[in-house]
Design a protein. Structure first.
Length: 331
């Protein structure tokens, strides 16, 4: 990519999109195009088509998506499949019509089968049933990957797709009901510290293994893929390293400074025992993550404090000091 090329980032205000913008600006790219929701409705096909016609993009990175934790995915499956399918079809088709040089679409590691072999390889996609709790989101994301594949095979478009692992970092979602495991843990340990709670209860045994990637490391990988990756095959982006839920919870507790106990509620489900990506393919391109987990957690917590995330109105504010222990659920 040339520093003067016109690059559109769909979803620039989200966790991933904001990191891509930061990365490109740091590298000196001059024409990064973004649009607020009030300016562009990605669910409106005519709106998207006109936006592409007016701007004549060279490159497109699709980070826009409707995302949420296990509760949100289970409660609103129709919304998740409709909005994510619609975003993918509108943006990818408009990119084809506008003859952009290259497009990168972001999938998610949750699109792998529920009982996928570990570590999860790209060829494991569509080899088994999906996790029921996020099936709607996963199907929509798989459709987006296939759109890229078929527009490449039928029309010769240079459309690629990447599958990142669980992400965290600045601009993450810290909503008390809809966030993923790491921001949920950060919020709950922070609230426990502020209210003087004696313990935080985490669902499950603490033994399941999860992989976490700092979002700025992902952004570096995505820019590399735009520069170097020309295959139509999907490609994993992760750390290749897993941590137990207990290890993650303890690192969050240390960063936040909570001095109480962590209690694991073994009556609650553990979920999949292990979820880690195989990253041999992207490693062969010369990329590897550079942010240690504890450093990334600290950066994320400091960002949340600086931006008053924990003071935003919600249905679950910090509880009184003499309240019941605070419970953390997870995906």
């Amino acid at each position: 990519m040339n520093l003067k090329d016109r690059i559109y980032i769909a979803g620039h205000q989200g966790l991933v999109g904001s990191a891509i913008v930061r990365n490109l600006k740091a590298k000196g790219f001059k024409n990064i195009i973004t649009a607020e929701r009030s300016q562009l409705n990605l669910l409106d096909q005519t709106d998207v088509q006109e936006f592409f016609k007016e701007n004549n993009f060279d490159y497109v990175l699709v980070a826009a998506a409707k995302v949420g934790g296990i509760l949100a995915n289970s409660s609103y499956p129709a919304d998740f499949i409709y909005e994510n399918l619609t975003i993918a079809t509108h943006v990818i088709h408009s990119a084809y019509q506008s003859k952009v040089k290259k497009l990168l679409y972001l999938g998610s590691s949750c699109i792998y089968p529920k009982d996928c072999p570990q570590p999860m390889k790209e060829e494991h996609l569509l080899t088994g049933p999906l996790e029921p709790t996020n099936e709607a989101y996963a199907i929509a994301k798989i459709a987006g990957l296939k759109l890229c594949e078929f527009y490449r095979s039928q029309y010769g478009q240079n459309f690629i797709a990447a599958m990142p692992t669980n992400l965290y970092g600045p601009f993450d979602n810290f909503h008390p009901q809809n966030s993923h495991v790491l921001p949920a843990l950060i919020r709950r340990f922070h609230e426990a510290k502020e209210t003087g709670a004696k313990q935080v209860t985490v669902w499950g045994s603490g033994r399941p293994i999860r992989e976490l990637l700092f979002v700025d490391d992902l952004a570096e990988a995505l820019v590399l893929l735009m520069e170097k990756y020309e295959s139509g095959e999907v490609i994993n982006v992760g750390t290749g390293q897993g941590y137990t839920i207990a290890e993650i919870a303890n690192q969050v507790r240390e960063v936040v400074g909570f001095e109480g106990a962590i209690v694991f509620d073994k009556t609650k489900p553990d979920g999949t025992p292990k979820k880690v990506l195989n990253i041999e393919k992207i490693s062969s391109l010369g990329w590897k993550p550079s942010t240690p987990l504890k450093e990334g957690i600290l950066t994320t917590y400091q960002w949340a404090l600086k931006n008053g995330v924990f003071n935003l109105p919600s249905s679950k504010q910090a509880l009184p000091t003499n309240s019941k222990p605070i419970t953390v659920g997870r995906c």
